[in-house]
Write a protein that binds this ligand. Structure first.
Ligand code: NAP
Length: 278
């Protein structure tokens, strides 16, 4: 069965739109962009479209590629203190002369809708309320909406980035899954992936996960995106695995839309946390 992120995203956005229509003031997202990366422009447009649909205000602050780290930190400080801005997102990648961690830690953790401020990461690890990284939230929401239980289940994650693999590891562990985290130095990846009841790949290598690496009836979640000749591919060889898996996400149309849906939820959460609304 295909796990349809597009349909779920629309359901989530519809619910949020209704909730936002009842607020006295619409929440505001500010996206910070440094330079003019082509892929970033596309991702920012998707975020703007989502905000327009849900009823959030959308601000786009674009800075020159050569802005200094100090000046960018100062700009974020102004946004942190601006009561009219509820949520801040720094679009990655940043130019090489800027340390992304310094920037992520500068964003007020209550406005940090990417969930990448260390305060939010520590809260996530400790299973406390926090703004959590959108893609990891999207994966869990997808499993939850399709009633795929994770408790006591063997999960294998391929990829350990702070954006996807690492937060997923902790979030799933906190839900009592038994989680194995694999990476580029993992010995015999196939031996690990074949044990997975739920296999999640977040690497960015086209068709890294082949049929022989997947257990019969496994749930297969593909986070990876590789663009080749204008076409998008996942990490998973979808056509060869779809009949073997019990559930599988397509690329595109699986985890990608769920990331946007989770961002939309994080913006409202961020607003509520600052206003003390439960
Ligand atoms: P990343 O920071 O580059 O991390 C990639 C991870 O894959 C690393 O942990 C790396 O291991 C591991 N890896 C690389 N080659 C491997 C191999 N041959 N076998 C096993 N592990 C290997 O990337 P990311 O930001 O997590 O993103 C991963 C992919 O997901 C990308 O394609 C990205 O575009 C996509 N993505 C999609 C969404 C979405 O909404 N659908 C959101 C975010 C990211 P080491 O740690 O050892 O280097």
């Amino acid at each position: 069965m295909i796990l349809d992120g597009k349909i779920l995203k629309q359901e989530i956005l519809n619910e949020l739109k209704f909730e936002v229509s009842k607020l006295s003031k619409a929440p505001t997202l500010c996206v910070i962009q440094v330079g003019n990366d082509e892929a970033s422009n596309v991702y920012i447009k998707q975020k703007e479209n989502m905000c327009n649909f849900v009823g959030y205000n959308f601000l786009h602050q674009k800075f020159e590629e050569n802005i200094s780290e100090r000046d960018l930190l100062d700009k974020i400080d102004i946004l942190n203190n601006d009561k009219n801005i509820d949520a801040i997102l720094v679009q990655m990648p940043l130019p090489k002369h800027i340390n992304p961690k310094a920037i992520q830690n500068k964003v007020n953790f209550l406005k940090d809708v990417d969930g990448l401020n260390d305060k939010n990461i520590i809260a996530l690890i400790n299973n406390k309320d926090a703004l959590k990284p959108c893609t990891a939230c999207g994966v869990l929401e997808l499993l939850d909406k399709y009633k795929i239980s994770v408790e006591g289940v063997d999960v294998v994650i391929v990829g350990r980035s702070s954006l996807v693999g690492m937060p997923l590891f902790h979030m799933l562990e906190n839900k009592n899954a038994t989680v194995t985290l694999c990476h580029s130095k993992t010995k015999d990846l196939k031996e690990k992936t074949k044990t997975a009841d739920i296999l999640i790949s977040a690497v960015g290598k086209k068709h890294l996960i082949t049929n022989d690496m997947v257990k019969y009836n496994a749930v297969v979640i593909d986070v990876g995106i590789t663009k080749e000749n204008g076409k998008l591919y996942g990490d998973v060889d979808f056509e060869s695995i779809r009949k073997k898996a019990s559930f599988i996400t397509p690329v595109p149309g699986g985890v990608g839309p769920m990331t946007i849906a989770s961002l939309a939820k994080n913006i409202l959460n961020s607003y509520k946390m600052q206003k003390g609304i439960k």
